[in-house]
Design a binder for this molecule. Structure first.
Ligand code: AMP
Ligand code: GLY
Length: 420
């Protein structure tokens, strides 16, 4: 089959490397892909948000199957447009992608269907939000309604910071129109777990759990980033918690979306916090997480493309979805200075035979040069988490580019939890 993957980051590279193993896949195109992905797929210079460009390419090139990986094209209706042309897709339609595209939608959904999440209020007027914050408990969490490149969440430690946060979103529009409506919610505490799941709207099959490391610096200090590393499985996510999540969160969410006339098909990501009152939903994503995908897919033993086909056809219950009992660790190597200012254009050298997922690099005269903040993710799998972490850091030593920066403590929190 001729397959097209929309997107161009580490997540897409991990998806592409995995589906390349499938005997069902003959050709892979990446729109736009990147310099590293170019080793594994034909990269086509069409932006992931260019829905017309995507559909044109797909019909002109007789694409059989499309995987739409990032949030923006999903929210913009890429799947609706491609399916309109008769092309099978992995990914939700726009009316289901709204579960990530609007925080107000997802919070109201959870409230209506009794799915555990933080208490919240929605505001469309700045004055009302400021009035509410006068005696709201702090810390408090302020979220822009719409997509904001994963940056639309501000945790305000003090009342002053909370006022400042709503002003910046609603008045100064630091996240653009995303901030016209804000959600102000209760601050929850507890270990965070990411659970990606396959679903065709009837069956939901959770993948191996994982743990992201969002902060830029060791010890979870510094600014929030797109993710500096991941481990899987997440040791806090016990079998007991998994079955509680299935009963109280995963199935109810799938059923709620059906009841709303918005059946969800694709990868539904549950961002969970394990609070003293049980697991609660922090966020939903309508897609694979990044860099969670870089640890989850290397542990998948089944044919990923076969699962995609089953999801698209509504027969997920018949698919084989098997994960290894081992562990994985992904260390993200970034350009020093990320997520603020950083320099690019440095040559990357790396081994060819490793699970290295390229996110920010371009090809120039046959050389791979850095072109983004997060440059690549180095993943190793092993029977134990400790071995996987050790191996990932060994492989990191064999990758080099000027100005490389990475956290030295990916997996530490998870290992501490395992050791008790
Ligand atoms: P997001 O950008 O939606 O992934 O959120 C970023 C991070 O903010 C999450 O990973 C959590 O660590 C934190 N966060 C979001 N909502 C809450 C909440 N209600 N209580 C505490 N932390 C939160
Ligand atoms: N790693 C979090 C996300 O993909 O949104």
């Amino acid at each position: 089959m001729k397959v097209m993957v929309v997107g161009g980051g580490g997540r897409e590279h991990a998806i592409i490397k995995k589906i390349k193993e499938s005997p069902l896949v003959d050709e892979i195109y990446a729109l736009p892909g990147n310099g590293g992905i170019a080793k594994d797929a034909v990269c086509v210079p069409v932006k992931a948000t260019d829905i017309d460009g995507i559909t044109r390419f797909a019909s002109e090139n007789k694409i059989d199957f499309a995987v739409v990986a990032p949030d923006d094209p999903l929210v913009l209706g890429a799947v609706d447009a491609l399916e309109g042309l008769g092309i099978k897709c992995f990914g939700p339609k726009a009316n289901a992608a709204v579960i990530e595209g609007s925080k107000v939608f997802s919070k109201n959904l959870m409230q209506k269907y009794g799915i555990p999440t933080a208490e919240y209020r929605v505001f469309t007027e700045l004055e009302e939000a400021l009035e509410y914050l006068k005696d709201a408990p702090v810390p408090t969490v302020i979220k822009a309604d719409g997509l904001a490149l994963g940056k639309g969440v501000i945790i305000a430690e003090t009342r002053e910071a909370a006022f400042e946060a709503v002003r910046s979103m609603m008045e100064d529009k630091i996240f653009g129109e995303s901030g016209s409506r804000v959600v102000i919610e209760e601050f929850l505490t507890g270990p965070e777990v990411s659970v990606l799941s396959f679903t065709d709207g009837k069956t939901v099959v959770p993948m191996v759990s994982s743990m992201d490391h969002k902060r830029a610096l060791d010890g979870d200090k510094g600014l929030n980033t797109g993710g500096m590393g991941t481990v899987a499985p997440n040791p806090y996510y016990t079998e007991k918690i998994a079955s509680e999540c299935m009963e109280k969160i995963f199935l109810p969410t799938i059923n709620a979306m059906n009841a709303e006339g918005r059946p969800f098909s694709g990868c539904l990501y549950f961002g969970l916090m394990l609070t003293e009152d049980g697991p609660k939903v922090i966020e939903y994503n309508c897609r694979f997480g990044d860099p969670e995908t870089q640890v989850v897919l290397p542990l998948l033993e089944s044919d990923l493309f076969d699962i995609f086909l089953h999801v698209a056809e509504g027969t997920l219950a018949e698919a084989e979805v098997k994960f290894s009992d081992g562990s994985a660790c992904c260390v993200v190597m970034a350009s020093d200075g990320y997520p603020k200012k950083y320099e690019t254009g440095y040559e990357i050298t790396m081994p060819a035979d490793k699970n290295i997922y390229v996110a920010g690099a371009r090809l120039e005269d046959g050389k791979l040069l850095t072109s983004g903040g997060r440059v690549l993710g180095v993943t190793e799998t092993a029977p134990t988490l400790e071995q996987a972490v050790g191996a990932a850091y060994e492989t990191v030593k064999t990758v080099s580019f000027e100005n490389a920066y990475y956290r030295k403590d990916i997996g530490k929190k998870a290992l501490d939890a395992v050791r008790g």
